[in-house]
Design a protein around this ligand. Structure first.
Ligand code: SF4
Length: 440
């Protein structure tokens, strides 16, 4: 059935988009939505009503690839027979034609920058017709009081377990003006800055200096809360620590990955447990309310019982607020894939379970310590809020009375804790924290 016959003048086509993977992918989806809306499409309320079904996939590790394939097949089953199924994102970029052959259910594989609306557009100047730079595309105003903002694409590092640079490319930082314009367009109370290697922002802009500090200052002058995710530990300068503390969100998401020096070297990464300890202690001395999150990889080739014990002791002693532990996944083309000393899956999973149980206990204890405190919180949705200590989607929440308006700030009185989550029986509306003053 030809386009014109199916969609008489004035009838918008409907799209459905499914997003997998990390916050950076979420931003990409927002921007793809911007292109579909610009091409005259509307969002379908139900998948079955959609004319175009888009899956924005993840391909970081085996588990994520499997989830992407499962989701594609499930959407294929659920879609209307004449609806188009388009796969984009990291799986499409990494496997392109191979994916199209492997999944005949898919109508089109669109790698980065290739339109998902090919052949569907009616608008005079379709965004979707030519390749576009996803990083710089406009996005619709946010639908929540917070939003991720992607400040760069790609990465210049080559960590032994990570294939991202092979399909996301070398680091490309956006200009501060473009980022600030997007922040103003979003109209939110909290901006969460994301990139593969956030603290290296601007290093590729030829001035040899990182520009994360002036960027955070500029953003913090426009929104009450600025949060930073994915900080590589060696880039955590005193100046950056001061800047983060001045934003009113002393939240440190440190991408540590392990603490054993020999294993970190085999991962082609900087640091060790002692240096991480010292950095965390220095930050806590500077800002006692500082919150810490980190991620660790378990089962990297060559990992010994001694390495594992070192990580257990570090987690016990550092008492970080939030931690993610991930099973090592052998990635084609990475240094790790060439290493001997593969850790048996059973032993890896045993170590994972031990670390997760330890951290769950620490997180719950630290949450219990907050009973009686009165943090400033942002109302995310009716009855649900977060303070500066909880990042959206990955940390716990604070339940509050549900009459408080979404997007408002309030002073909550913490009366209970259940695992990672807190309860506040009462909360008083309060003024939004003033954006950070300009640095003199
Ligand atoms: S910093 Fe390392 S883990 Fe992160 S995207 Fe770059 S190469 Fe991958």
């Amino acid at each position: 059935m030809r386009f014109g016959e199916r969609y008489p003048e004035g009838v918008a086509q409907l799209y459905w988009i499914e997003t997998l993977g990390c916050p950076k992918n979420q931003v990409d989806s927002d921007k793809l939505v911007g292109t579909m809306v610009a091409d005259g499409m509307d969002r379908a309320d139900r998948l079955e009503d959609a004319d175009l079904v888009v899956v924005n996939t993840c391909a970081f590790i085996e588990e994520a690839r499997q989830e992407s394939v499962d989701t594609i097949l499930a959407l294929d089953q659920a879609r209307r027979p004449d609806a188009e199924l388009v796969v984009t994102g990291c799986l499409a970029e990494r496997y392109g034609d191979e994916l199209a052959v492997a999944l005949p259910e898919v109508d089109r594989v669109a790698s980065f920058g290739v339109p998902v609306t090919l052949g569907r557009t009616r608008s005079a100047d379709p965004v979707g017709r030519s390749r576009f730079d996803l990083l710089e595309l406009p996005r619709p105003t946010a639908t929540a009081p917070w939003a991720y903002v992607k400040i760069a694409e790609g990465c210049d590092r080559n960590c032994g377990f990570c294939a991202i640079p092979t399909f996301r490319g070398p680091q490309r930082s956006r200009s501060i003006d473009a980022i600030v314009a997007e922040v103003e367009q979003l109209e939110v109370q909290e901006v969460v800055l994301v990139a593969q290697d956030l603290a290296a922002y601007g290093r590729d802009q030829g001035r040899g200096t990182r520009r994360i500090v002036p960027l955070v200052d500029e953003v913090a002058r426009r929104v009450p809360w600025v949060r930073l995710l994915y900080l590589y530990p060696s880039d955590l300068s005193d100046e950056l620590i001061d800047t983060i503390c001045r934003t009113g969100v002393p939240y440190f998401d440190l991408s540590l990955q392990h603490v054993s020096r020999p294993l970190l070297r085999a991962m082609r990464r900087w640091g060790d447990g002692d240096r991480f300890h010292d950095r965390i202690a220095a930050i806590r001395a500077r800002e006692p309310l500082a919150t810490f999150r980190s991620n660790f990889i378990v089962g990297y080739p060559g990992e010994t019982e001694v390495d594992h014990d070192r990580l257990l002791s570090f987690v016990e002693a550092a008492r970080l607020d939030w931690c993610g532990f991930f099973a090592y996944s052998e990635e084609e083309g990475t240094h790790g894939a060439q290493l001997d000393g593969k850790v048996p899956v059973g032993l890896r999973d045993e170590r994972l379970a031990e670390l997760r149980a330890l951290q769950d206990r620490i997180t719950a204890e630290k949450r219990d310590e907050l009973i009686g405190s009165q943090p400033l919180v942002l109302i995310d949705r009716p009855g649900v809020a977060r303070s500066a200590a909880e990042a959206p989607e990955i940390d716990g929440i604070i339940t509050v009375p549900d009459h408080l308006p979404v997007g408002a700030f309030a002073t909550a009185t913490i009366t209970g804790a259940t695992g990672p989550d807190l309860q506040a029986a009462s909360a008083e509306l309060s003024t939004a924290p003033a954006p950070a003053p300009a640095r003199v």
